[in-house]
Write a protein that binds this ligand. Sequence first.
Ligand code: GLC
Length: 562
Amino acid sequence: MTALLPASSVAADLDWWRHAVVYQIYPRSFADSNGDGVGDINGIRSRIGYLAGLGIDAIWINPWYPSPMKDAGYDVSDYRAIEPVFGTMADAEALIAEAHAAGIRVILDIVPNHTSDQHRWFIDALAAGPGSPERDRFIFRDGRGPGGDLPPNDWRSEFGGPAWTRVTEADGRPGQWYLRLFAPEQPDVNWNHPDIHDEFTQTLRFWFDRGVDGFRIDVAHGLVKDGELSDIDGLPFPLPDGTPEGVDHPHWDQPGVHDIFRTWRAVADSYDGPRVFCGEIWVGRDHRLTAYLRPDELHTAFNFNFLMAPWLAGPLRATITSTLAAHAAVGAPATWVLGNHDVCRPVSRYARPQEQVKPGFPSLQGYLALPADLEVGRRRARAAALLSLALPGGAYVFEGEELGLPEVEDIPLAARQDPTVAGTNGENIGRDGCRVPVPWTTGGSSFGFGPDGGDAPWLPQPAEWGASSVEAEQGDPSSSLELYRTALAVRAANPALGDGELTWVEAGPTALAFTREPGFGCWVNLGAEPLPLPAGATVLVSSEPLVDGALPADTAAWLQLA
Ligand code: GLC
């Protein structure tokens, strides 16, 4: 083992997570060192210099554990080992050490809601039969109706269809059903079982012992199910504003989930140097989100309400204000998120007419019918980057966001791999469009994602991908990459940025403007007319050139105030 303790370069700042900029690495799509068409750990290692130069504080790596890859690694068959396609445990330990030496913290992804159907426990559960202790680690039930032919309740899979799969018992007959809120190969585990608690506590320790700085928690709001497994019966989720406390959805955001995270927090706190959690928590109402961020629970959570807000001043300001108030009430820092591996990339989202965007999960599917102007999308995504990096708290950057990559919308259905496609018989084209391998060079068989002449990338890259590559953008002051580098450098050096507070300034109905102490201002023009800047301000960075000293449409600027 090479990385028992964090290197001194990352050990000093106990509050790092309150203001960190975390770069999300989707390992399949980041860098392929061995030319098999799939990104890997040694690919990440080869890009640590790039990450350090970008100026991020931490990386979050999507699941790298052994997996049959029915949901791109979110179907884990062993939580304490490395998937061979991604490398070895030695590679992982070397990556942790090298990242730390470069001043970058490492956050892993833990998947506690479900295992793979190839996890030893599920294989044992199938073999052991109804009523066995092995089945009790999962959620097996008899079906309803004659012959038990109907699923045990009306729950639906996130990937389409019923949330239950029927097994064939040892006698060859159709038997019990198991719950799987995602793909059939992702059986939900039973968090009432002590083995499940032990397994995940040991997993946390295993990786903390290897120097890992934290975990992103997959589907953190889903672990506990209502004891009766009662029907949803049309109850919407997220529950609307005004829903009385005590009314809960039967499988999302059940109150019992908080006890699990209190236990996990105690494990994290038993280590030196804060080891931190970020929850993937889709619950809508702010106070239900920040309930997970009470001082003895998780440190942070993704701010999906911000991600879901359209590029319109009113909704953005409203969500920023309510986010900050709810987080302040529990003493937790907010996070600002524009994209990830599950949602349509911001360039392509903001390319659509924002008044027409329907609220809801921001997958590509929701935008397909709306016309796209990618140049407008790019301008807005650049402005949104400056906005999100200026707000109080931490921020997330999904790989390729710094390059201004758009969603790849025209991947042929047959090449798409997201289980959503199969789950909906192709009606929903899923999330592959934001997962297309990153372009590093202007040319080469995979634009530098893998060695030239290696296997084709696991998802096809568009012909024009090279124009958005790191090689094409670096050194070009008008590029998205250089905007991010400049902004991250200014942010790191400016005491007003990161954790703290903001004060709104009234700048008109289509603008967002706020100040932060000492002496910092962020002005964003979401309207069509030029927006004047405050007198005496010096521009630190702007997302587009100013015109006659004013901010043009869809532009943001950071200001040193007089
Ligand atoms: C989370 C992940 C997503 C995955 C799902 C099931 O939402 O971000 O990619 O498909 O959980 O694990």
